[in-house]
Ligand binder design. Structure first.
Ligand code: ZN
Length: 154
C-alpha cells in the first residue's frame, strides 16, 4: 500500500530550520498521524510523501510557499492597549485568538508592549522559513468513511 489520497498515514519526523536547529520532532513520541488529501499537514510535505511505502525514509525540503507561507508585514499590527480590556497583564510572547477579516480564526502573538500600545503579529511562527524534514513512513491504512467525512484521523 502506498501513501495516497484518503489513506491514514503515520510518520516519524524531525523538522529543522535553515540554521540546522531542531524545531520539532516526533522522536520519543507517538508518530504523527494524518489523513492524506485533507490538508492536515503542509502541502509541501504531503506531496513528497505521496507514493511512498511503509519503511521509506527521506529528506524533504519545503519552501515557504508550500509550507506556512511567506512572512507578511501587514499581519503585524499595533493596537491601543484598550483593545485588550479584560486581559490582566499583556506580555511579549502571549498568544491570542483573533477574528480575521474573513471571519476565520487567526492566532496572533504579542511582539511588543508599550505604555499604551500593543504590537501583535499574525504570522505563523514558521512563516517565511525553508523547512527541512527528515521523515519516515511508519504505517499506512485506508481511512474509514467517518474519518473521510470529518477530514481528520480518529
Ligand atoms: Zn472526527
Amino acid at each position: 500500500m502506498k501513501v495516497a489520497k484518503d489513506t491514514v498515514v503515520s510518520i516519524h519526523y524531525t523538522l529543522t530550520g535553515e540554521d540546522g536547529e531542531v524545531i520539532d520532532t516526533s522522536s520519543g513520541k507517538d508518530p504523527l498521524k494524518f489523513l492524506c488529501g485533507a490538508g492536515n499537514i503542509i502541502p509541501g510535505l504531503e506531496s513528497k510523501l505521496e507514493g511512498c511505502e511503509v519503511g521509506t525514509s527521506k529528506n524533504v525540503v519545503v519552501q515557504p510557499e508550500d509550507g506556512y507561507g511567506g512572512y507578511q508585514e501587514e499581519l503585524i499590527q499595533t493596537l491601543p492597549k484598550t483593545s485588550f480590556a479584560g486581559v490582566e497583564a499583556i506580555e511579549v510572547g502571549m498568544e491570542f485568538q483573533a477574528q480575521g477579516a474573513n471571519g476565520q480564526v487567526q492566532y496572533v502573538v504579542v511582539k511588543e508592549v508599550t505604555e499604551d500600545e500593543v504590537t501583535i503579529d499574525g504570522n505563523h511562527a514558521l512563516a517565511g522559513q525553508v523547512l527541512n524534514f527528515d521523515v519516515s513512513v511508519e504505517s499506512i491504512r485506508e481511512a474509514t468513511k467517518e474519518e473521510l467525512d470529518h477530514g481528520h484521523v480518529h
